[in-house]
Design a binder for this molecule. Structure first.
Ligand code: ZN
Length: 59
């Protein structure tokens, strides 16, 4: 997902809670930024935050 798309998702989502059901790699100018964005709300996760989220789900 592009940075711009994630921004659009965040703008559309607002402050509603989200369980971040699916994360997509975040790209800027065609290059992977190392971060991820929720496909539902556009929240951006660092690689570490993503790993922690996945670990929590396995919990
Ligand atoms: Zn989300």
């Amino acid at each position: 997902m592009k940075q711009k798309r994630a921004q659009e998702l965040r703008d559309a989502w607002g402050d509603a809670p989200c369980e971040h059901p699916q994360l997509a790699k975040l790209y800027d100018l065609g290059a992977h930024t190392g971060s991820y964005a929720c496909v539902a709300c556009g929240h951006v996760f660092s690689f570490r935050e993503k790993a922690e989220l996945v670990a929590t789900r396995r919990g």
